[in-house]
Design a protein around this ligand. Sequence first.
Ligand code: NDP
Ligand code: ZN
Length: 178
Amino acid sequence: DCVDILGMLVKCSNFAAVKHSTQRRKDPAKTPYINHPIGVAYILTEEGGVRDASVIMAAILHDTVEDTDTTLDEIKKEFGHQIAGIVAEVTDDKALPYDERKRLQIVHAPTSSREAKLVKLADKLYNLRDLEKATPEGWSDEKVAEYFKWSSKVVEGLRGTNRQLEASLDEIFSRHDL
Ligand code: NDP
Ligand code: ZN
């Protein structure tokens, strides 16, 4: 009907841009953080053929709760329970130890919703492409190799969701003998 999808999309983009405004990626060029959520959304539309507006909006917002002071209640109030639900599914609990957070991503992947699986697939694809372009400062070759291996385990639990994204991830994994 008269749902303002375009207005919601721009609202998400502005919200994420304000929340991530002081943050940078870990690449040597210190790319502005907002390039990542926008790039994840673009992978979904351009490569994944995704046209579900809730998935695209959740992709733009996907790291706001994990990496800024944003709460899930704030997301729910501004964007509704559906988008908040997807963001919740792709948010690690930072109160847990690093290794436990990484383990839970592998465990939770297979039972997450189709919408969350799409965001997770595009997020992994973006991060692995970043790592193939340049190693973050302070990361050993071993840490990079571990990240590729861990990502392949998470992606195992996300399969059967989007042929294109999975094919692109498989190409990356094969380059790294995974
Ligand atoms: P991660 O291993 O979690 O770093 C990878 C994450 O950083 C990605 O999932 C991605 O997450 C984000 N990211 C930002 N820029 C890039 C990029 N250019 N390429 C790929 N990913 C990128 O964490 P860190 O190693 O940074 O460590 C975080 C904390 O955990 C630190 O306090 C550290 O001391 C602690 N810790 C680290 C360990 C280790 O092995 N490094 C072991 C134990 C603890 P997103 O999509 O969410 O942006
Ligand atoms: Zn991310």
